[in-house]
Design a protein around this ligand. Structure first.
Ligand code: FEO
Length: 401
């Protein structure tokens, strides 16, 4: 049975949610599910904006067919060619022989790579600023390369001021009936997933997101309709502000996150004592994660949120403990910038993890390592306890500076 929601009189959400998927992109846990949004515009001509993932094909097709109400589909606009949005192109093409497919040159390159569709009679190739009239609705196409793939474009409908923003402004999380962000407590229930989605999926492309934000700032937008998560029709500045901050790699909050690795509990003990000292010094809402047991996507999300990080790790095979090395690898891959970091190392006979982590951090733009590094030999005592106290004071001074 169809399950749709109207955005406006002539525009309908025809997407769906997957609550069974364990790992998005076979990488990222989605305990709250994920939605794949698609939209139909009914005018003199009919249009679908993006399709959906194969997991929800049945729901998607029922939604589209119901919304069309027996009319043919004239246009399919493909803003993004990643399979979570384009898995149903062929299904629509088979049902609607007269349907034209609208995309840019790169869209069709990817479409031919993924599928064997007879496209020649169907393709409408658009470029920056091109328009397509559906009747009273007019679609305007703007390229947004690398937000999140090179072929990505966004579509702006000018009569109702709707921005179909592709992956931009999306979030993990199933749409549980409440399609609009003003129907949920976004800060409480969605923001963490939105940050985790942004940081891990689009985080590397801050420069390109900044370019897209600049381009979009010229548009009068009443509603943002992303491919994942809630549609925004209120408080757009809140969302645009988050994206602006994340894409400039500025911390969202003045806050401390402690990431520790610990083989037998001694490095964890140092992390606990440091956290307690910081709390006594007035720091609130300290976040602490065991990097061995926390999925890295949550760690990355916290790096995007917090101004101050503590990395505490043992030395392992004369290198950095693997789970911590993995976090550093992702921070580098995602081009993280502008954080202040305290270090705690451990090593029973030759502690070198602090030196090695420092070298990794110093290769990142705008990272500052606080002094001293607390250096444990097996367990916290004597000199290392003193160093840990000094590190706590450095963190407090930096937070209050
Ligand atoms: Fe939701 Fe880049 O695909």
């Amino acid at each position: 049975m169809y399950c749709t929601r109207k955005l406006t009189e002539q525009v309908t959400w025809v997407g769906g949610s997957d609550r069974r998927l364990a790992l998005f992109e076979n990488l990222f846990p989605v305990p709250h599910g994920v939605s794949y949004n698609s939209y139909v515009i009914m005018d003199e001509k009919t249009a679908v904006l993006d399709t959906a993932d194969a997991a929800i094909s049945r729901q998607f097709l029922e939604n589209v067919l119901h919304t069309l109400g027996g009319r043919p589909l004239d246009y399919l606009v493909v803003n993004h060619m990643e399979p979570d949005h384009c898995a149903n192109i062929e299904a629509l093409a088979l049902r609607f022989p007269g349907m034209k497919i609208v995309g840019n040159a790169k869209t069709f390159t990817f479409m031919k790579q993924f599928y064997d569709l007879p496209l020649e009679e169907r393709m409408i190739i658009v470029k920056e600023g091109d328009t397509l009239s559906l009747g009273s609705h007019t679609l305007h196409f703007y390229m947004a390369p690398m937000v999140h793939w090179p072929e990505v474009m966004v579509t702006y409908e000018s009569s109702e001021k709707l921005l179909f923003s592709a992956d931009a402004f999306g979030t993990f999380g199933a749409v549980n009936g409440s399609l609009f962000s003003d129907e949920v407590n976004f800060d409480r229930d969605w923001l963490d997933d939105a940050r985790r989605y942004y940081g891990n999926i689009v985080g590397k492309y801050g420069l390109q997101v900044q370019a897209a934000l600049k381009k979009l700032s010229a548009l009068d937008i009443a509603m943002i309709c992303p491919l994942h998560g809630p549609v925004w029709r209120e408080n757009l500045d809140y969302l645009l502000g988050k994206y602006d901050k994340w894409s400039r790699y500025e911390p969202e909050e003045k806050a401390v996150a402690i990431f520790y690795a610990s083989m037998y509990g001694d490095t964890e003990n140092a992390a606990d004592i440091l956290a307690a000292g910081l709390a006594e010094g007035g720091v609130r809402n300290i976040a602490m994660y065991d990097v061995s047991s926390t999925h890295i996507s949550y760690l990355i999300s916290e790096v995007f949120r917090c101004s101050h990080l503590v990395l505490a790790a043992p030395t392992y095979n004369n290198g950095i403990y693997p789970a911590m090395a993995n976090l550093l690898h992702d921070m580098k891959a995602l081009m993280l910038q502008n954080r202040t970091v305290g270090l705690v190392e451990n090593g029973s006979w030759a502690p070198v993890s602090g030196k090695l982590i420092r070298a990794e951090l110093e290769s990142l733009k705008g990272f500052q390592v606080l002094e001293p590094v607390a250096s444990l030999k097996s367990a916290l005592k004597g000199d290392s306890l003193e160093q840990l106290g000094q590190l706590k004071d450095s963190i407090l001074a930096s937070l209050n500076g």
